[in-house]
Design a protein around this ligand. Structure first.
Ligand SMILES: [Zn+2]
Length: 127
C-alpha cells in the first residue's frame, strides 16, 4: 500500500505518526459526536493529546479561521454594496455554525500535525 503524504493525512484526519489511525472516533457526518476524539491512535498507539491541555492551542487556528470568515463575508458584502448590519451578523453566524464541525476538527488536526512535534514513522504500526 502506498504511503500517505502529510497533506493526505491532514485532510483525512489521520494520526501524524503513522498516518493510518483515525484521530476522531466518529465520521464528521455524525453531528452530535463530531467532537469525540480517540485518546490513542488505534494503529500505532500514539496519545493524541501529547500533553495536558495541548488542544487549547488549536483555538488559535480556529480563531484565525473564524476571523477570516468574518473578513471574507465583509468583503463580499462590500462588493455587493450591502450595508445591512443585521444581515452581516446573521450571515457570519450561519456560516460559522454550519462550518463548526470542520473548523473544530481541522484546527485540532492542523495543530497536532504542525505543532505536536511528532515525526512521521512509516514503521510505527502494530500490524
Ligand atoms: Zn498512529
Amino acid at each position: 500500500m502506498p504511503q500517505k503524504k502529510a497533506y493526505q493525512a491532514i485532510i483525512e484526519s489521520k494520526c501524524p505518526k503513522c498516518r493510518k489511525g483515525d484521530m476522531f472516533a466518529y465520521s464528521i457526518g455524525i453531528i452530535s459526536k463530531f467532537t469525540r476524539m480517540n485518546e490513542y491512535c488505534n494503529v500505532c498507539g500514539l496519545r493524541f493529546e501529547v500533553e495536558p491541555g495541548f488542544f487549547i492551542g488549536a483555538m488559535y487556528i480556529s480563531y484565525a479561521v473564524t476571523v477570516s470568515i468574518l473578513f471574507i463575508t465583509g468583503i463580499f458584502m462590500w462588493l455587493f454594496d450591502i450595508t445591512d448590519l443585521l444581515f452581516f451578523i446573521t450571515s457570519v453566524f450561519v456560516i460559522i455554525v454550519t462550518l463548526l464541525p470542520f473548523i473544530f476538527r481541522y484546527s485540532r488536526v492542523l495543530f497536532l500535525h504542525l505543532f505536536g512535534g511528532i515525526k512521521y514513522d512509516s514503521k510505527s504500526t502494530n500490524e
